[in-house]
Design a protein around this ligand. Structure first.
Ligand SMILES: *[C@@H]1O[C@H](CO)[C@@H](O)[C@H](O)[C@H]1NC(C)=O
Ligand SMILES: *[C@@H]1O[C@H](CO)[C@@H](O)[C@H](O)[C@H]1NC(C)=O
Ligand SMILES: *[C@@H]1O[C@H](CO)[C@@H](O)[C@H](O)[C@H]1NC(C)=O
Ligand SMILES: *[C@@H]1O[C@H](CO)[C@@H](O)[C@H](O)[C@H]1NC(C)=O
Length: 368
C-alpha cells in the first residue's frame, strides 16, 4: 500500500496547485474556489475510501510516480485518445421497423480514454459557462468546407442556448456562403469563411495580412473538394505549401519578435491559436455518387494525408498548427455515425470542439 503520508502530500499538492493552474486559464475566482472545493471533497472522500479498494491504491501509486500535470505541452498528443460508446441497436425501434438507416437513431457518447497519461492531463468537457469564460472577448475564425461549417454548428451549440441556436441556424445552413455573428453576452465574434479549396484559405490569409488584424483563434481545413474535383495530391501539396508561406509571413516568431517590431514599427502582433481541421474518414461504400466512390478511394485519401504531413503545417511535423484529427474521431465513432460516409454525426464535431478547447486551455496556460 502507498504510504499514507506520500498520498497526503500528493493530495495537498493537487488541492493547492490545480486551482492555481486553473487561475492561469482565466477562470474566475468563484470558479477557482468551486474547483478547489470540489477537488478537496473528492480527495477527502478518496482518502477515506482508498484502503478499501486495493486497485485504486495501485493506480494512485503509479500516478504519483508520473508527476501530475508536469509537462502539459506533451498533453497535446493525448487529446485525441477518445473512446466512443455507440449503441448497436437503434433507440426505440426494432430493426424491422426501420427500413432506412438513420444515424440519429443510434445513441452515441464519448469520453477520454482512462489511460494514465490522459488522466494526468485532466482533460475536461467544458460546460457552457466555462466555454464562455474561456472564449470571452475573442475573435474566432473558422474557414473551410462543410466539415468546418459543422464545427461552427457544434461550437455555437455549446455557447448558445437552444432558443438562440434556433434563430441562427437558418443563416448558418445556407450552403456555400460565409456566416458572421457577434455573440454580445460573451463578446465573441465568430466568422465562418466558406473556403472549399486550400487556395481559398490562402486568399483569406492574404486578406488578413493586408488588414493587419488577426483572430485569436483560427481553425482552417479543406481537401474534400480538391480530392473530388481536381484529384491531384501533388497540386494539393503545392497549395498547402502556400498556406504555410502565408502563415509564416504573419506569425511573429518569438526570437525575431523584437526585430520584426522595430523594423516594421507596427504594433506587436499576438499570433493566433491555430488549428488544422483534418478530413474525416471516408467510407467508400457509403459515398452517395459513383464519382465520389471512384475518386475518393483509399489510395487517393492516403496520398492527400501524406501531402498534409509533408507540408509541415502541423505541430507534429514542426509546423504552427494543432491538428483537429477528425479522421481519428470519425473512424473511432464508426459507420453508425454517418449517413453519407463523409459528413458525420454532430457528436464527432462536438468532440473536435472539446479537443480544441482543451488545447486552448493548455496553450493559454503556457503563454502566461
Ligand atoms: C515537454 O515535453 C515536450 C515533448 O514531450 C518537450 O519537447 C519539451 O521540451 C518538454 N518541456 C519541458 C519544460 O519539459
Ligand atoms: C433521421 O432522423 C431524424 C430524427 O429522428 C430526422 O429528423 C431525419 O429527417 C431523419 N433522416 C432521414 C434521412 O431519414
Ligand atoms: C467577459 O469579460 C468581461 C470583462 O473582461 C466581463 O465583464 C464579462 O462579465 C465576461 N462575460 C462572461 C460571460 O464571462
Ligand atoms: C475558391 O477557389 C476556387 C478555385 O481557386 C475559385 O474558383 C472559387 O471562386 C473560390 N471560392 C471562393 C468562395 O472564394
Amino acid at each position: 500500500m502507498v504510504g499514507a503520508v506520500q498520498f497526503g502530500v500528493l493530495a495537498a499538492c493537487v488541492v493547492l496547485f490545480v486551482p492555481m493552474i486553473l487561475a492561469g486559464w482565466h477562470l474566475s475566482r468563484n470558479k477557482m474556489l468551486f474547483f478547489s472545493g470540489a477537488l478537496f471533497i473528492t480527495l477527502a472522500v478518496g482518502v477515506h475510501l482508498t484502503p478499501y479498494f486495493p486497485s485504486i491504491t495501485n493506480l494512485l501509486s503509479s500516478l504519483s510516480s508520473t508527476v501530475v500535470l508536469d509537462n502539459r505541452s506533451s498533453c497535446l498528443s493525448f487529446l485525441h485518445e477518445i473512446i466512443w460508446d455507440v449503441k448497436v441497436e437503434p433507440i426505440n425501434k426494432g430493426l424491422d421497423e426501420m427500413p432506412n438507416f438513420n444515424t440519429s437513431d443510434y445513441e452515441k457518447s464519448w469520453s477520454w480514454a482512462k489511460s494514465i497519461p490522459v488522466n494526468a492531463c485532466g482533460f475536461q468537457k467544458l460546460g457552457r459557462s466555462d466555454a464562455c469564460d474561456l472564449l470571452n472577448g475573442s475573435w474566432i475564425v473558422v474557414a473551410g468546407d462543410s466539415q468546418a461549417r459543422l464545427v461552427v454548428v457544434s461550437l455555437l451549440n455549446l455557447v448558445l442556448d437552444p432558443v438562440e441556436m434556433e434563430s441562427v441556424s437558418g443563416d448558418l445552413f445556407k450552403r456555400h456562403s460565409d456566416y458572421n455573428t457577434v455573440i454580445d453576452e460573451i463578446g465573441v465574434k465568430l466568422d465562418f469563411i466558406w473556403a472549399p479549396y486550400v487556395t481559398n484559405l490562402t486568399d483569406f490569409l492574404v486578406e488578413l495580412k493586408h488588414n493587419r488584424h488577426y483572430p485569436d483563434v483560427l481553425v482552417m481545413g479543406s481537401g474534400l473538394w480538391h480530392m473530388l474535383h481536381v484529384t491531384d495530391s501533388s497540386d494539393y501539396g503545392v497549395s498547402l505549401g502556400s498556406v504555410k508561406q502565408s502563415l509564416l509571413s504573419f506569425i511573429p516568431v518569438s526570437s525575431e519578435y523584437d526585430t520584426v517590431e522595430s523594423v516594421s514599427g507596427s504594433f506587436p502582433v499576438r499570433s493566433p491559436h491555430m488549428f488544422w481541421l483534418g478530413m474525416p474518414m471516408l467510407i467508400n461504400s457509403m459515398l452517395n455518387t459513383e464519382e465520389k466512390r471512384e475518386k475518393m478511394n483509399f489510395v487517393i485519401q492516403d496520398s492527400y494525408d501524406q501531402k498534409l504531413h509533408e507540408s509541415k503545417l502541423l505541430r507534429q511535423s514542426g509546423g504552427p498548427m494543432v491538428l483537429l484529427d477528425v479522421k481519428s474521431l470519425s473512424r473511432n465513432c464508426g459507420s453508425r455515425c454517418t449517413m453519407d460516409g463523409m459528413h458525420y454525426d454532430p457528436a464527432v464535431y462536438e468532440a473536435a470542439i472539446h479537443v480544441m478547447l482543451n488545447a486552448l486551455l493548455i496553450e493559454s496556460q503556457q503563454r502566461l
